[in-house]
Design a protein around this ligand. Structure first.
Ligand SMILES: Cc1ncc(COP(=O)(O)O)c(C=O)c1O
Length: 367
């Protein structure tokens, strides 16, 4: 029986095992030298003077919220279509998520929607660089500066993408990343926070990551968490980052092949990237025309019958009960994308023959 083509698969490109064994043999399995090495390498790659590793991308956002001293009732503007870690955390911390709509072509948050949602209580704007795209940040950052509001760039899906030639994640006050198994580089689970903010903020990131302890053992200065990445994970991340160019090249090649095969097919609208964005695409996302394909969910089932795992787009916040108190009528694009986006397999190591098979199967499913 033919094996299923997974939507994503972790792929190790080089001598990850060597470094993992080295960390293992050192017996430093919690903290250790690879944690620092990984953070340093990340700074070098992303061009930041500061990076702090954490145990996942959700912790990265949580850590930023804590260091920003956000408190109950503070408003945070968050896109209503995207992976909703930032929104979940808002609920967990009794903050008020205020949802902004996204653009139908880029799937990224809409500047005009953000502008409408700012109030005196707005403490943070979160943008999500969905599927490897980068939000049009210039106008958002300009407005946020004027209003003295921090901006967090959730770059969990956009490591390696560029906006006006700068790395995604480095553009706003705070950038967060995820290294979960499906992400562009992986440590199993893992994350990173970078920031341009001052030393006090950086110190708070360190404190909240580490139980609120600074130098003196068991002296808790703030009620902190344990968000630390292990030395074992950092050893994998360090190696992946050292080989990032290989990963980048593979992904670009795979994306370009998909694009060639699908961009002119009636009924398929690929995610668009503005001319100021050079994306490193994380997943192959597109909108399917219902009149030509039937429902997106029926296509997911039919693709599975062909042994291809695909994914639906995110649920818009209006479609989720947990955000009921915060539903809003003006999130039409998010609601539309939520029903019609499909993501095809794209991962480091996917074969050209697999991409051709996937594209052919999808095209043949037109009514
Ligand atoms: C945009 C975005 N933000 C945050 C996260 C959370 O990251 P993690 O799964 O590492 O906690 C993810 C992915 O899972 C994501 O795609």
């Amino acid at each position: 029986m033919k094996k299923i083509i997974p939507w994503s698969q972790a792929h190790f490109v080089s001598n990850e095992k060597f470094h993992l064994n080295k960390a293992f043999d050192s017996t430093w399995v919690s903290g250790g030298e690879y944690v620092e090495k990984f953070e340093k390498e990340f700074c070098k790659y992303i061009k930041s003077d500061f990076a702090i590793s954490v145990n996942n991308g959700t912790s990265a956002i949580h850590l930023a919220y804590l260091a920003l001293k956000l408190k109950a009732g503070d408003e945070i503007i968050i896109p209503s279509f995207g992976y909703l870690a930032a929104a979940n955390l808002a609920l967990l911390m009794n903050l008020k998520p205020v949802f902004a709509d996204v653009d139908l072509d880029t799937f990224c948050v809409n500047f005009s929607s953000i502008k409408k949602k700012i109030t005196k209580k707005t403490k943070l704007i979160v943008v999500i660089n969905t599927y490897g795209n980068v939000c049009d940040l210039r106008p958002i950052l300009k407005l946020a500066k004027l209003k003295k509001i921090n901006v967090l760039e959730d770059s969990a899906e956009s490591l390696g993408s560029k906006y006006y030639n700068k790395n995604s994640g480095i553009l706003a006050d705070i950038g967060t990343f995820s290294f979960q198994a499906t992400k562009t580089i992986t440590t199993g689970e893992g994350g990173m926070v970078i920031t341009k903010k001052n030393k006090e903020f950086k110190d708070l990131l360190n404190l909240y990551r580490n139980h609120g302890i600074k130098n003196k053992r068991y002296m808790h200065l703030v009620p902190g968490h344990n968000f630390r990445l292990t030395n074992l994970q950092a050893a994998i991340g360090y190696t992946q980052l050292k080989n990032f160019n290989k990963i980048l090249k593979n992904r670009k090649k795979s994306y370009n092949l998909y694009k060639k095969l699908l961009q002119n097919i009636k009924g398929i609208k690929l995610q668009k990237f503005q001319s100021n964005v050079r994306p490193l695409v994380w997943t192959m996302a597109m909108v399917l025309d219902k009149n030509i394909f039937g429902s997106r969910d029926s296509i997911i089932k039919k693709m599975l019958k062909k042994k291809i795992e695909t994914r639906n787009g995110f649920y818009s916040t209006n479609r989720l009960k947990i955000f009921k108190k915060f539903h809003s009528k003006d999130l039409k694009n998010s609601d539309y994308l939520s029903r019609n986006v499909i993501c095809l397999p794209l991962f480091n190591g996917i074969k050209n023959s697999q991409i051709k098979y996937i594209a052919k199967c999808l095209i043949n499913l037109r009514k």
